[in-house]
Design a protein around this ligand. Structure first.
Ligand code: ATP
Ligand code: MG
Length: 414
């Protein structure tokens, strides 16, 4: 029955996948906190305008990928495809301009109507940081360093390459855009339909095209480096020097543009070849024009976002679930009593697994299946004596211990 399938491009996170997800998110939380980032959450949906205005009408996300609907109050609503716009909206509507710089971390689901494939889903998850209010290039270095340390902590840094580019300031970008349009106009007929549309609205994005023919044309396009003014060059030099000083390796990729309209100056991506076509795991840049473009005060910002699924696939590390202690009653009186014992032990922090039925053999099997670290076997006779048998599930050794000292005895398994 089709209706009982998950929607295409969505996935259930069963316990093991969830632990992989948590590992990435918890690690990120721990690492970025060291850089002063505090976690925030913005709503999963916003007025569509929040994204239309910021992502740019011509961006792929807006033209093709948004999950939008009209709600019962006739409001145009969109499920967030990314979180920078939401954070910028919050910055404005919560009046945070007095508090700059602010450093925010977020984690949560994002929604894009894309063709599902490995590493590309319609509901996926991102973690990200936004450092708002600092115009200095050192802020870019700090933000990139936080990304480096996260990838390092996940054990995947060596599988990625940091690609770096600059999109310059507005003046440089305008000059470059003109040169690009002149160049691409000469190849208009050969360009893909998407790129022809981009030529009118956002020619920079043609550089990002995944179409084979487009890529060939892009290979000979003018380079941004030749159009950077002095300020933009100086900014980029400071970022590179900062990364050098921290020993962070990077490759300058003059073709790197970010998919979204509001970026300027620094653009970067950590790319891997280990995941097939979907190789970008963490990407970001500077977005000085964004908050003003949304109607807020002129406030610079820089940040990154990373795909949790891609990171989780890449690091492959899934922490084991916490091992429980299994409580196994044998006999009607014990059945009653273990509920109380279980509750007491849980109250002191143990993870307790209670089997509901079956003989000793079946219950021991289940204890093994849930990877119990110990089993507490309580028979009616033992109960009458005020004792229980504690079995170490690794070594198989057993001890009869007083119920009164059970917690103390189990302390080693906590
Ligand atoms: P791509 O070029 O892969 O489409 P993008 O430029 O659209 O990426 P961003 O908007 O920069 O991606 O999002 C940051 C990160 O979020 C990506 O590097 C990737 O790890 C992850 N991501 C983006 N879209 C998806 C998706 N549909 N499914 C899974 N992860 C995604
Ligand atoms: Mg995309």
């Amino acid at each position: 029955m089709a209706s009982l399938q998950p929607v295409r491009g969505t996935h259930d996170l069963l316990p093991e996948a969830m632990r992989g997800y948590r590992h990435v998110v918890d690690t990120a939380r721990r690492i970025v906190e060291r850089y002063g980032f505090d976690e925030v959450a913005t709503p999963i949906f916003e007025f569509s305008q929040v994204f239309k205005r910021t992502l740019g009408e011509a961006s792929d996300v807006v033209t093709k990928e948004m999950y939008s609907f009209t709600d019962k109050g006739d409001e145009e609503i969109t499920l967030r495809p990314e979180n920078t716009a939401g954070v910028a909206r919050a910055f404005i509507s919560e009046g945070l301009a007095q508090q700059v710089p602010v450093r925010y971390f977020y984690a949560g689901p994002m929604f894009r109507y894309e063709r599902p494939q490995k590493g590309r889903q319609r509901q996926f998850h991102q973690i990200g940081v936004e450092l708002i209010g600092l115009p200095q290039p050192q802020a870019d270095v700090e933000v990139i360093a936080a990304g480096v340390r996260l990838l390092e902590a996940l054990g995947v840094l060596s599988e990625t390459v940091l690609q770096l580019n600059t999109l310059g300031d507005t003046e440089s970008r305008t000059a470059y855009r003109e040169a690009l349009v002149t160049y691409f106009e000469k190849h208009r007929e050969a360009l893909s339909e998407d790129s022809r549309a981009r030529l009118e609205r956002n020619p920079l994005r043609i550089l990002d095209s995944k179409d084979e023919t487009d890529r060939g044309i892009v290979a000979d396009a003018p380079l941004f480096g030749d159009f950077l003014n002095e300020d933009s060059t100086a900014f980029f030099d400071t970022v590179k020097a900062g990364l050098d000083a921290l020993g962070i390796a990077y490759t300058v990729n003059p073709r790197l543009v970010r998919g979204l309209d509001y970026y300027c100056h620094t653009a970067f991506e950590f790319v891997t070849t280990a995941l097939g076509a979907q190789g970008t795991v963490l990407a970001g840049g500077r977005y000085d024009g964004l908050i003003k473009m949304m109607g807020g005060p002129d406030t610079p910002g820089v940040g990154w976002a990373a795909g949790v699924e891609r990171l989780s696939m890449l690091c492959g590390d899934v922490p084991d679930a916490r091992r429980p202690v299994a409580l196994i009653p044998l006999g009607p009186a014990a059945e009653q009593e273990v509920f109380k014992i279980a509750e007491q032990l849980r109250g002191t922090g143990f993870r307790i697994e209670l089997g509901y039925s079956g003989n000793l053999g079946r219950r021991m099997k289940r204890a093994n299946r849930v990877n119990a670290v110990a089993a507490v076997i309580v028979g009616d006779d033992e109960l009458a004596r005020g004792t229980a048998t504690v079995r170490n599930m690794e070594s198989g050794s057993q001890d009869e211990v007083a119920l009164a000292s059970l917690e103390e005895h189990l302390a080693v398994y906590r």
